[in-house]
Design a protein around this ligand. Structure first.
Ligand SMILES: Nc1ncnc2c1ncn2[C@@H]1O[C@H](COP(=O)(O)OP(=O)(O)O)[C@@H](O)[C@H]1O
Ligand SMILES: [Mg+2]
Length: 509
């Protein structure tokens, strides 16, 4: 039944050619605009210390395959004398201005106000500085007073995926899939702690010795985790997953070599034809990006409800309700879990439910949803292979306290999940879709799966970049064939599978 399509197969006969599910242009970004006062990075200075990491190395959204953006992982730091001078001026400034009043000004006016006072302090204290040094210092101070201090130049860059602060002296970033150390540092752990505090206070939380762990979000949508002493031994650790204003599209993933054009076609069909899908992968492997791509092909007239820990998905459809979990408040009350959201979703007459990240017992509710007429529901989860994704679901349900026999849970997974898409970040920093795998059914106690596409690593070039290829497994009629046919996508599906297989034959010939 799942064998190769024979040439005499006339499945493509009667139905009209399917409408191409063209991606919609990504115009309206629902995310709030970044802070207006986010200044460009300070200009490099010759006098006061070494330049910071360049504010715009490399192209935005550069793929691992493209012109590899130069990562200036310079470990140069500003000199001690810079921090001394800045400390002096900063101290005098804080005494001179009324911070509460400053907060009422808009960003430009506040900056002007600070500029005037800083210039005055420099004059009074007889500090010798060039104009460019003064400008740099002013930017630096404004960032401290109005924004996120030394993090500002990093936050302003769109090519950075993650910012990782390990105490005041060490800041790493991830650019183009590679982690690199920057020259950014904080004056001391107190300054870093103050910035952590400023970030989390925006969502009404605090982070200090008595409450040392906190998740928060920047106004631009970036996700933040702060963990501070005594739990973090060497000073506050701050991790920021930058919000990408322009999410990657399937076309871009094809350009980066993350997936072949045929594979991308199949994913489009999966998205449109209401195939229940799990996106699996490690941290930062591109799961959310992929889920976002899949959602672009959902028809405009469907009612979609999304559940996320921090809203990252950017659905383009008009009929979307976005839900977000809530951590407990300072008294440890008021938490709304993912499970609460997904359960509530079912009472909201959804046609599809999209769960940003399945981590726990909500796996059960998502499966229920997939099983009860909410076809085309999707979610991501953390696993290293499609098989592992399925067994992770099983253990999430078991650990959620459902006393169901494992066979029952597996049967439930089988009857709910249609396709698992596996994402991976390879050791050379490139991101690949390594599997598009179908769940077929049970054989005894075991879930049977079938790969449609796999990625194989065949070698490594002189620069340490992995060489690999996407391989079609020659499956002609996937299990979701009828579903694709129902949505008029079967011709396109056949074409994509054929073309993938022909490419395969051409290689092996
Ligand atoms: N195929 C890809 N090629 C290049 N960069 C990618 C790709 N997929 C994702 N990214 C980037 O990697 C970072 C992490 O992606 P994300 O989808 O949030 O990962 P996850 O949800 O698995 O943690 C983001 O900055 C994203 O833009
Ligand atoms: Mg994610």
């Amino acid at each position: 039944m799942f064998g190769k399509r024979s040439t005499s197969d006339t499945h493509a006969g009667a139905a009209p050619p399917p409408p191409a599910a063209a991606p919609r242009p990504s115009t309206a970004a629902p995310a709030p605009a970044p802070k207006a006062d986010r200044a460009p990075a300070p200009l490099p200075s010759s006098g006061l210390g070494a330049p910071l990491i360049s504010p715009s190395t490399g192209p935005v959204n550069a793929g691992p395959r493209g012109t590899n953006p130069m990562i200036q992982a310079t470990d140069t730091r500003r000199s001690e004398s810079y921090y001394e001078t800045k400390g002096t001026i900063f101290g005098a400034l804080i005494e001179a201005i009324d911070l509460a009043q400053l907060a009422r000004l808009d960003a430009d006016a506040a900056r002007e106000e600070i500029r005037d006072i800083v210039n005055e302090i420099i004059a009074i204290k007889n500090i010798v500085m060039s104009i460019s040094e003064q400008e740099e210092l002013l930017d630096d101070i404004c960032n401290d007073v109005l924004g996120y201090g030394p993090l500002e130049p990093l936050l302003a860059r769109d090519d950075i995926a993650d910012i990782m602060v390990n105490g005041s002296g060490t800041v790493y970033i991830e650019v183009a899939g590679k982690i690199a150390k920057t020259g950014i540092r904080f004056r001391d752990n107190q300054q870093l702690l103050n910035i952590c505090q400023r970030i989390v206070s925006q969502i009404g939380r605090r982070v200090d010795e008595s409450s040392p762990i906190c998740d928060a979000r920047l106004p631009d949508g970036s996700r933040v985790n702060a963990i501070v002493p005594p739990l973090a031994i060497d000073g506050p650790a701050l991790t920021i997953r930058k919000f990408k204003k322009d999410k990657l599209t399937l076309d871009q993933l094809v350009k980066f070599g993350t997936i072949t054009p045929q594979g991308a076609d199949i994913l489009q069909i999966v998205g449109r034809s209401r195939v229940n899908t799990i996106v699996s992968g490690g941290t930062g492997s591109g799961k959310t990006t992929l889920l976002n791509c899949l959602t672009r092909y959902i028809d405009d007239d469907e009612r979609i409800i999304t559940c996320e820990d921090a809203a990252e998905l950017q659905l383009q459809q008009p009929h979307v309700v976005r839900l977000e979990t809530r951590p407990p408040n300072l008294e440890g009350e008021g938490q709304i879990t993912m499970r609460d959201l997904v359960k509530n979703c079912l009472r909201m007459r959804p046609e599809r439910i999209i769960v940003g990240e399945v981590r726990g017992p909500e796996a059960f509710d998502l499966l229920q949803a997939m099983n009860t007429g909410h076809d085309g529901s999707m979610g991501t989860l953390h696993a290293n292979s499609p098989r592992e994704a399925l067994s992770r679901m099983e253990s999430m349900i078991t650990m959620g306290g459902y006393s169901l026999p494992s066979r029952t849970i597996r049967e439930m997974i089988c009857s709910s999940v249609d396709v698992v898409v596996q994402a991976a970040r390879l050791r050379d920093g490139s991101r690949r879709i390594t599997h598009i795998t179908e769940v077929l059914g049970m054989e005894g106690e075991v879930i049977i799966t079938q790969d449609l596409f796999v990625y194989e690593i065949v070698g490594e070039d002189a620069n340490g970049n992995l060489i690999g290829r996407h391989r079609s497994t020659g499956i002609g009629r996937p299990r979701f064939w009828d579903r694709a046919r129902y949505y008029g996508e079967h011709n396109r599906l056949a074409a994509a599978l054929d073309s993938a297989e022909n490419a395969e034959n051409a290689i092996s010939a």
